[in-house]
Design a protein. Sequence first.
Lengths: 213, 213
Amino acid sequence: MASPLEKARKDPESVKAKILLVARRVFGVYGFHGTTIRMVAQELGMDISTLHYHWGDKRDLYEAVVLDINHDLGQNLINVEKMIHGLPLPDRLAISIDYMTDYLFAHPEISNLIIFRYFGKTREEAGIDFKVPEFTYDIARSMGLVKNKKNVSSHVMLMVLALMNSMHCFISGEDFFRPIVALSREEYIAETKKALKFIHIPAFTQGSDQKDK
Amino acid sequence: MASPLEKARKDPESVKAKILLVARRVFGVYGFHGTTIRMVAQELGMDISTLHYHWGDKRDLYEAVVLDINHDLGQNLINVEKMIHGLPLPDRLAISIDYMTDYLFAHPEISNLIIFRYFGKTREEAGIDFKVPEFTYDIARSMGLVKNKKNVSSHVMLMVLALMNSMHCFISGEDFFRPIVALSREEYIAETKKALKFIHIPAFTQGSDQKDK
DNA sequence: TTACAGTTCAATCATTTGATGGAGATCAAT
DNA sequence: ATTGATCTCCATCAAATGATTGAACTGTAA
């Protein structure tokens, strides 16, 4: 049985795909409770009943958005893992930060929604979750920071979480932070990358391997 | 004319003070749209009309919460600034991180609400804002990272923002992150402090020593 | 053409939610 | 006890919001 999400992914020109795209953005800006299906429908130029016809209720649409973002994020983490395979740790970090920062700045609703999910609650708890634990572990592993396959140290996990959070914050908070530093968008992206590398690469290298300190 | 907020602060035993306390927590957990005044009233064991009697409408209550949190945060930044005056940079950072982490873990709704404010929008834009730009500048100054009084470099501002964000994320995201690292609350707080210092102190010190541009 | 599945939308319903009115309770001062 | 101010809550309203219905439109195959 093909879910609306699967149909949307199969045909990017379909109405379902357009709905998914707009829903990602609107949910990303206003969160679950802050978004009304009328807002989504209006942005799409269609009636709310048409939305229901394609996707079911609001919760279904939101969970499809979460699944879709999980999928996209996972794909890109796989991509970056291939790019950095075999390189020394500082290079792995620098390339990962550059790649993921560019990707997330191009799709800020991903960072928005992940942060909403981290730090907010919805009144009716959802059954679907972001794969942060899995992703965090995968990143730690692909960075070569995992010694025993089973026991990843809390310290390493927190380091990885700090890096991911920092990225999401700068991307999701662009509208808030960029006026503070008075930079153009391009400058802000460049400075964000620079700051992330400046802060986190020394932390990781001094923490795991002492080959280059 | 005394606003409800001023009355609440004058008498911590008053009904208005109790309302403010509960409202901080509920708004912090569910955000503005996710919170209903019925939720707040029920948690207080009072009728919604009593809430209106004391505070006016929902927006008023929310803005009072924001003002209150701004006030508390500002006070604590002043406190910490006194504590670190005259010490060398690494000590200033370590003490600030310890103090503010403890404070925010004791009042997580502050981090929650600040993060809500950074990364989400409300449908009707509010007239009241967090004082992040001012606070960021003050922190940079009290850390001795500001060269010219007028032009604070974007790089330094981003470093300070990164540190503040990292703190808020770990505190606000405790329910999400702590199961990932499988730590008790006390361990989680200790590890958070350790990670924050481990990551950010080298970044700041290497920044002010060799290259600040 | 007809038949039919797929799609869209105006109209409508039911619930939630923010807000209000007015009656009653409580209490201090006179 | 009376009065008036303060406070509380039940009942209710109006708007917002999620969801549904049924009619109409579209295109395609027989």
